[in-house]
Design a protein around this ligand. Structure first.
Ligand code: PMP
Length: 345
């Protein structure tokens, strides 16, 4: 049976509200489709700046935070220059680094995504990286690095740009944005694709001190964000209180999903392990990953699988989460029992 559940891309399970849709439809007819978009995204930067408490001069807006990450890497990285990240982390860091002929180096974290900041700094010092980049909360583990540790990294690598990718910030609540003036080497990226529920629009931001923004703006392509996305994003940014409510619901569901998955872990005899998350997804490891994949695929449920024993489940609606939990529980009980029988035989 094909249920068709997409819990693989860390999108929000909540679509835009009918009220917001009404305002958007009213504004669509006013758009000038024959004209290029506002190249500087002035209204959008103004509104987002207000929401996060920075000036619009501290912001660049673009086609998803992907474009912002690409902008920094392509403007700084040339042949053999090193980008330091952690393993596991977001795969696009590798992609953009290789497009620029750079070298990506990764500091391997523990199974749950945690690491020692001192060891990371020692590892990085030997590599003289031009850029350090990591997501916080981490995609895919959901683990977080404390602001104190990030400040220590910024102080230890004063001549290196340190990019903190805060794509999942809203589900965590701690940001590095208040440090953009103190640390001139700090860049923060954000997106409207996750908590704001606007993945279809591809709207992302880069936040840094004014001088760095001016420098990076020289490498930004003109008209990079289309008029429709700018208009819809502006409409949604006028009601940040709606997002707070939606984030509350997603975080509530995350904790409920985590609890149910931990119950499965308990009965599985460690055949499956789940980790605590500060994002809108839960990371797991299992020797039964292939069995889990087969049954979820058969039911039309998409989660994200990695090359090793790990996988990631995006927090869906209550109904979706219950279905995913029931199926994983059944696989663990049925296949686990078969394996135990085979061992005994
Ligand atoms: N950073 C991280 C850590 C992500 O997980 C994602 C999306 N998967 C992005 C950036 C890119 O998001 P977008 O381009 O939609 O803003």
């Amino acid at each position: 049976m094909d249920i068709g559940i997409r819990v693989n891309a860390n999108e929000s399970y909540k679509n835009i509200s009918d009220d917001e849709l009404k305002d958007i439809i009213e504004d669509v007819v006013k758009l000038k489709f024959n004209r290029y978009p506002d190249s500087e995204c002035n209204e959008l930067r103004e509104l987002y700046g207000k929401v996060i408490g920075v000036n619009k001069e501290n912001l660049i807006a673009g086609n998803g935070s992907d474009e912002m990450i690409s902008l920094i890497i392509s403007s700084q990285i040339t042949r053999r220059k090193v980008v330091l990240t952690i393993d596991p982390d977001f795969s696009m860091y590798d992609f953009y680094t290789s497009l620029s002929d750079g070298v990506i180096k990764k500091y391997k974290t523990e199974d749950d995504g945690s690491f020692s900041v001192n060891k990371f700094i020692n590892f990085g010092k030997k590599l003289s990286p031009k850029i350090i980049i990591f997501s916080n909360p981490n995609n895919p583990t959901g683990n977080v690095i404390s602001n104190e540790d990030i400040c220590y990294i910024l102080e230890s690598f004063k001549d290196t740009l340190v990019i903190v990718d805060e794509a999942y910030y809203e589900f965590y609540g701690q940001s590095m944005i208040q440090y953009i003036e103190k640390y001139k080497n700090l860049v923060v990226t954000r997106t409207l694709s996750k908590a704001w529920g606007l993945a279809a629009l591809r709207v992302g931001f880069l936040i840094a001190n004014k001088e760095l923004i001016e420098e990076l703006n020289k490498s930004k392509v003109p008209y990079n964000l289309n008029t429709f996305s700018q208009m819809v994003a502006c409409n949604v940014l006028k009601h940040p209180e709606k997002i707070l409510k939606s984030v509350e619901e997603i975080v509530y569901e995350r904790e409920r999903l985590y609890k149910s998955l931990k119950n499965i872990e308990e009965i599985s005899n460690n055949k499956v392990i789940f980790y605590k998350s500060k994002a809108n997804f839960i990371f797991g490891r299992s020797i039964m990953k292939d069995d889990i994949k087969k049954i979820l695929d058969d039911k039309g449920i998409l989660i994200r699988y990695f090359n090793d024993d790990s996988f990631r489940i995006t927090v869906g609606s209550a109904l979706e989460n219950d279905l995913v939990v029931n199926i994983i529980e059944k696989v663990v009980l049925d296949v686990g029992e078969d394996n135990d029988k085979n061992i005994k035989n």
